[in-house]
Design a protein around this ligand. Sequence first.
Ligand SMILES: [Zn+2]
Length: 284
Amino acid sequence: MKTKLTFLILIIIGFYNQFHSQLKSNDTLKVCTEIKEYNFSGQKIAVLKREKWSAGQVLKVKFLGGDNFLQSKVKQYAVEWSKHCSIKLEFITSGTAQIRVNFLAGKGSWSIIGKASQTYSINPETNESYFSNDGTTMNFGWFNSDTPDIEFSRTVIHEFGHALGLIHEHQSPSAAIPWDIPKVYQYYQETQGWSKDEVDNNIFFRYSRGSTQHSSYDRYSIMHYAIPAYLLLDESFSVGWNTSLSDLDKSYISTIYPIATKKPKRPKNNNDDSHVGDVRGGIH
Ligand SMILES: [Zn+2]
């Protein structure tokens, strides 16, 4: 079990295509993609349940680059998930961190999924993983001083969703998107330079119900790709750019990492309820 876990890693890699002029829309530029690596036996395992952290865990986050502005924007939006679950983030400047953030320009935006980041890092030059707890586990490759807040929100929350173990929503077992398959192959070949296998892997592959915990399909999830109508057989399934947590994102993460609810204190003396549920003094 330990061996399987050790050699399993799921990585999200985003590619920043710099050839703007070749694209039909700038919206296609910043696509986060998945690369999966398997253990030495070649056995394919997509076990996102195993990539979950423990509820209530405090994850240490360390920056390996970036100026104060970029770091402050990541801090600002990364904590959005923590408002709705029991995972907390602690930003540190020294020591070992479970999430190690870099800002390598042109290297895409991506994150290791979940707790594999404790033992693995990614080589940004090759997008390959290696055994290390001090290399990059998350990269933001298209942020700069001109990046608008809405883009910080969209990308930071998305990548930290991966860091918490979440996969892309369009690859959820509950997704049933009516892709126009030949158009999808052509579109991602032209806009991202993807091979057929890469399109299969990043678009059409769906995780099994057994390997994941999942909500009902949520087109408004921050973890969803934008899907233009012309890639679909039914245009009503098109998805825009989601830039903040959806209502279902918020409720779902609260079930994955539940916030412990304290039982109300019972008075030792049943006749004395003066301190039970009395919050009036603190609310005005
Ligand atoms: Zn992603």
